[in-house]
Ligand binder design. Structure first.
Ligand SMILES: C[S@@+](CC[C@H](N)C(=O)[O-])C[C@H]1O[C@@H](n2cnc3c(N)ncnc32)[C@H](O)[C@@H]1O
Length: 222
């Protein structure tokens, strides 16, 4: 039954998602801190975050470490632009935002050059047949190992997804990575406060009482 007191709405007013996305894409293109894969030419970096989403975690890290260069990478420009504008507002000049896929990392940075690679709350791809898409699959780990500094490089990984975490630990160990730090509840652990800076997803899961799993590991000996 129709409620005659209800004000009429124009359905067209609600087709805003695309426009909203275009607006965010435009913001990405307009920001001097944002780059497309094609525009990137092996800029030097110390710390990268892959699958960074909004990149706000990298922004916080960049603010804490002004002498280091940070790059937040994601396939979604509409998400990355959020971090870019936050960085601009805070006057940060040591962070950039790059729209690229994880499998392209070897084309983005010099071998043996990175100090830290962060993988934060990646999509878990729970189906077995999609395991190759997990950002901690050995195919990706091999690429990360090539990019990290041989003596000093670190991979840091955190996730709410316990099964993905356990599977990832097996991938790391099976491929010779050396685990230095490990916690199944990062925020209750005595590990560095820097690791505990929360990503956008981490805020959400932590507020629902879900612990963060964390591992820090060094690449296999060469
Ligand atoms: C669950 S979200 C987490 C975002 C962010 N790390 C956080 O913790 O708030 C996963 C992100 O990974 C990105 N992503 C998924 N597969 C990717 C790939 N192959 N290369 C780059 N980014 C990817 C998605 O676009 C998405 O923004």
């Amino acid at each position: 039954m129709t409620d005659s007191t209800r004000p009429e709405v124009n359905p067209n007013d609600y087709i805003i998602t695309r426009k909203r996305k275009k607006y965010k894409f435009a913001k990405f293109y307009n920001s001097p801190l944002c780059f497309e894969f094609d525009e990137w030419s092996h800029r030097p970096a110390d710390v990268i975050e892959i699958g960074a989403g909004t990149g706000l975690f990298s922004v916080e890290q960049a603010a804490l470490h002004p002498a280091k260069q940070f790059v937040a990478i994601d396939v979604k420009a509409d998400r990355l632009q959020k971090g870019a504008y936050e960085a601009t507002e805070r006057g940060l000049t040591n962070i950039t935002f790059l729209r690229a896929r994880a499998d392209q990392v070897l084309e983005l940075f010099e071998a043996d050059s990175l100090e830290t690679i962060w993988i934060t709350f990646p999509d878990p791809f729970p189906k077995k047949r999609s395991a190759g898409r997990r950002l901690t699959h050995r195919g990706y780990l091999t690429k990360y190992a090539q990019l990290l500094q041989p003596d000093n490089g670190r991979l840091c990984f955190k996730t709410d997804a316990r099964e993905l975490f356990l599977w990832s630990l097996e991938e790391l160990v099976a491929t010779g990575w050396r685990v230095n730090e490990l916690s199944f509840d990062l925020h209750e652990s005595g590990l560095s406060e820097v690791y505990k800076i929360m990503t956008t997803y981490e805020h959400r899961w932590t507020s629902e009482g879900i612990p963060t799993n964390f591992v820090q590991a060094m690449p296999p000996c060469q």
